[in-house]
Design a protein around this ligand. Structure first.
Ligand code: ASP
Ligand code: MG
Length: 419
């Protein structure tokens, strides 16, 4: 069996849905197929906005109306009959969303409340996709991924209970797949007391990998608006090249350094079961794309990865002592408590520096926690550039004309924080 994952761009308008159905027809084969879908277009961002307005007791009606219109316009274009079931289902979901927003302040934990609202994007898109494929004679069942992907309550980046999840998926889904396709939501999980969780922004790739792992799929496909896995983001770099084939290891590292093409958690479950991952273009489905698998190449094109909105924080002990393991322990504990992730770090005799994504709230909390023990300086709006498999001319190109705040290199990887 195969897993297809379609991201937001592949369901962003009515034409995108038509194209998707075409891909399922042409490339789904007569094999068993499970389809994981993300929220339509930029819906998740829009839901974040609605949620924040509601959580601050602001008027969110306009933002909600825009979201509602976006979904109903596309649905009207896709379904001929005015009284097709899909319309009632959509209204029902929007009513539920409205009610949840109304009561959102009853959940005191911000992140928990976030998950209950922002998850609606996938509920909407999967419902529309289910009915649309049905209309195109692609018989399918809509499966609620919240009931199959069991997680803990680390809201907004929930951890999967693999044993339970695998047992449930294995128990129910293979039999369903004998009779029809399955459509399910990316990004979502559920706790054992009925709350919705999310797996982290752009987490639908990971969802698809969870299903692939548990069903021991023969292959997983991610359909994107690029030709495959490129060595750099064409928005920031010229002359990009596509990797026809690349190893799990290289891909994990690229995702770790911030390449946004695949969610970082996606590769491990696939690598554990040696399931190949194909990244293909939904605009050119016949194109070769990229195959990510258990392979090894001696020479590989350098990868350029740029992470923006970075913050460089340096700590030095207030009493001018050296940075000790004990100091580091204190800093790491605070970072872990506040869920601040280190993208790069370096220490010297009397100071320790980390580069992280900017999150003003968490940064302020970090300063509060550590300001008694350390003198802390920070700079924001920096860029972290990583070159994997670099050569010296690549480095020269990258740093030219930049103010460099921190630089590091290993045999294979060069990293620089610059302004
Ligand atoms: N819709 C979610 C997001 O935009 C998950 C995903 O697209 O993978 O973050
Ligand atoms: Mg998305």
């Amino acid at each position: 069996m195969k897993i297809f994952k379609f991201g937001g761009a592949s369901v962003k308008d009515a034409d995108a849905f038509r194209n998707l159905a075409h891909i399922v027809q042409e490339h789904g084969g007569n094999k068993r197929l499970l389809i994981v879908v993300s929220a339509m277009g930029k819906t998740t961002n829009a839901l974040e906005l609605v949620f924040n307005e509601a959580y601050q007791s602001l008027d969110y009606s306009q933002s909600l109306r825009t979201l509602h219109l976006y979904h109903t316009d596309i649905t009207r274009e896709l379904f001929s009959g005015k009284d097709h079931q899909v319309h009632a289902q959509l209204e029902h979901l929007f009513e539920q969303l409205q009610n949840s927003l109304h009561e959102i302040k009853q959940i005191s934990d911000y992140d928990q409340a976030y998950d209950q609202i922002v998850s609606y994007g996938e509920l909407l898109s999967s419902t529309i996709l289910h009915y649309y494929l049905q209309q195109q004679n692609l018989k399918n069942q809509l499966v609620d991924s919240k009931k199959y992907i069991l997680t803990d309550n680390s809201w907004r980046e929930a951890k999967v209970d693999w044993a339970w999840t695998e047992r449930m998926i294995k128990r129910d889904l293979p039999a369903l797949l004998e009779k029809q396709l399955i459509v399910t939501q990316g990004f979502l999980g559920g706790t054992n007391n009925g709350y919705t969780t999310t797996l982290g922004r752009e987490g639908s790739d990971f969802s698809a990998a969870i299903f692939a792992y548990c069903l021991e799929a023969e292959a997983m496909y991610i359909w994107k608006d690029v030709e495959g896995l490129l060595n750099a983001d064409p928005k920031h770099f010229e002359n990009t090249v596509r990797y026809p084939e690349i190893s799990y290891q290289e891909t994990i590292e690229m995702a770790y350094y911030g390449a946004t093409v695949i969610h970082p958690k996606t590769i491990k479950p696939l690598a554990n079961k040696l399931i190949p991952l194909y990244v293909k273009s939904f605009l050119n489905p016949a194109g070769e794309g990229t195959k990510i698998c258990d392979c090894k190449f001696e020479i590989i094109a350098p990868a350029f990865i740029r992470k923006e909105h970075q913050c460089l924080i340096s700590f030095s002990a207030k009493d001018f002592t050296f940075i000790t393991e004990k100091n580091l322990g204190t800093i790491f504990n605070a970072l872990s408590e506040l869920r601040i992730k280190i993208n790069m770090m370096q220490n010297s005799a009397i100071s320790f520096s980390i580069c992280t994504d900017v999150n003003q709230d968490r940064l302020q909390q970090l300063l509060l926690t550590l300001q008694d023990t350390f003198t802390i300086h920070y700079n924001t709006e920096l860029t972290l550039t990583t070159i994997k498999n670099y050569n010296s001319s690549d480095i020269a190109k990258i740093i030219q004309g930049k103010e460099i705040l921190l630089e590091q290199r290993t045999r294979t990887t060069f990293q620089v924080v610059s302004r």
